[in-house]
Write a protein that binds this ligand. Structure first.
Ligand code: ADP
Ligand code: RBF
Ligand code: MG
Length: 427
């Protein structure tokens, strides 16, 4: 058993980047506006924007202008320009993976919740127009315009706790930015960081985070004395793939692992593209990479991490352009179990996000998928992406993920997923 970090009674939630996925849209819109104001490198603009993540819109605009030394326009004018562009696009914003599950869970268990957002009330209404009323289910709301000082000052969390009618020391704050974590700690609350800046976890530790997790899927409420989630499912492993007796390699030797079913299943697909050419060569584990751009919305619905499900791979029976010699039997459509990775591969520190399933079947001479259409029905989440001390440890963990996937997909509740019509190429 893990000992709890603390016993809290109330949960305070940040909005942008924690509950709703606004960060990429804001980055895109604001950086385009900033680039029009001077000859900045992309990395300088990105750094400036990361520096102000979590601030109120006015505070952030002013701070970015200072950092980039933009003087030919007023803060208000620049803010008006970005706000108008953003207001036209808030409808594109989805909830963060795991946010709906968390809010439903806290609601069902009667845990009192506060929203503590830097967004001013007037912006909040516009931002939430396309959402279906979950804000109303929160106990209290505190907005950026209601306080004297924005994050990293504690005001917004002090106000949220006051409206909840409790001491901030009985609250845990969920935050995606270092400035938000700082503000929560300054208010005396506990702070869980769920970083939206994925390449700088140290910034969250420096800010004083009590715990850092990679996504809301990994939130363990029992560590905080709150009612735990009960929706994970145990998967029994046939045998540990780690045959070394002691588990001193950072990879657990347990015979059971729990997975989080995704409801509903996430469907995504496209033609198989070339990846970094590393899977087979470096790891001995081939992964069929999908182009992320056309499936951005679907892949963003999943937190970076490791998943399992079923894959449908289109054959070439109907392919008039089949360039192989006459008389060769056509390759049939197949449905196979799969285990996949989504994210930035911390071990390799990739600059771009990949979506890459390993199909758990030996394809032999038919193992060239490039250009063929691959469809995935993702049924469950296994674990977050991790870094490893050695390549061997990474490879061992991926084989264990495959064992977990095979075990889960043999269970009645996941087995039927292979009948998903999406995976059958009927046309
Ligand atoms: P890349 O970096 O281009 O993705 P990999 O070394 O990861 O290359 O190998 C992936 C390729 O190997 C796939 O695109 C596919 O053509 C082939 N392949 C063969 N068997 C499998 C399998 N079981 N699962 C995934 N890909 C496979
Ligand atoms: N890469 C990581 O850096 N960390 C991981 O925890 C990780 N887990 C993976 C799990 C599975 C099931 C698969 C198929 C891949 C995983 N990878 C991980 C990605 C691996 O590094 C990648 O497939 C290779 O770099 C080839 O692109
Ligand atoms: Mg690959």
């Amino acid at each position: 058993m893990t000992t709890p970090f603390a016993k809290v009674t109330h949960v305070i939630l940040d909005l942008d980047g924690t509950l709703i996925n606004t960060e990429q849209l804001v980055d895109e819109v604001v950086s385009a506006v900033l680039h029009k104001r001077g000859d900045f490198t992309a990395s300088r603009v990105r750094k400036a924007m990361e520096h102000v993540r979590g601030m109120r819109p006015g505070d952030g605009t002013r701070a970015v202008m200072d950092l980039l030394e933009i003087t030919d326009v007023s803060v208000d004018a620049l803010l008006a320009e970005t706000s108008a562009l953003l207001d036209a696009r808030w409808g594109e914003v989805s909830m963060m993976p795991g946010a709906r599950r968390l809010l439903d869970h806290l609601h069902v268990h009667g845990v009192k919740t506060a929203l503590a957002t830097s967004t001013p009330a007037a912006f909040l209404a516009k931002k939430m127009l396309s959402h279906d009323g979950w804000v109303e289910r929160l106990s209290v709301v505190a907005t950026g315009d209601e306080v004297e000082n924005g994050k990293p000052k504690p005001d917004i969390f002090l106000l949220a706790a006051e409206r909840l009618g409790v001491d901030p020391r009985t609250c845990v704050v969920l935050e995606d930015t270092p400035l938000g974590v700082k503000a929560a700690k300054a208010a005396g609350a506990f702070a869980i960081a769920i970083p939206s800046i994925h390449d700088d976890f140290a910034a969250y530790e420096d800010a004083g985070a009590d715990q850092t997790i990679r996504s809301l899927y990994d939130l363990d409420l029992s560590l905080w004395g709150l009612p735990p989630f009960r929706d994970r499912v145990d998967v029994a492993l046939a045998a540990p793939s780690d045959t070394k007796a002691d588990g001193n390699d950072g990879v657990s030797d347990a015979f059971v692992e729990s997975v989080l079913p995704l409801r509903p299943a996430v469907r995504l697909g496209g033609p198989v593209v070339r990846g970094f050419g590393r899977g087979s060569k470096t790891l001995g584990i081939p992964t069929a990479n999908l182009d992320v751009a056309p499936i951005k919305k679907e892949s963003d619905a999943l937190a970076p991490g490791i998943y399992f499900g079923w894959a449908g791979l289109r054959g070439n029976a109907n392919d008039a352009n089949d360039s192989r010699g006459d008389g060769e039997a056509p390759i049939e459509n197949v449905i196979a179990p799969m285990v996949m990775s989504i994210g930035w591969n911390p071990f390799f520190d990739n600059a771009t996000k990949t979506v890459e399933p390993w199909l758990l079947r030996d394809f032999g001479k038919d193992g060239d998928f490039y250009g063929r259409e691959l469809r995935l029905a993702v049924l469950g989440y296994v674990r977050p992406e991790a870094d490893f001390a050695s390549l061997e440890a990474l490879v061992e963990r991926i084989h264990r993920d495959a064992d977990v996937a095979r075990g889960a997909l043999a269970m009645e509740r996941f087995e039927g997923g292979k009948e998903d019509p999406y995976l059958k190429f009927v046309d």
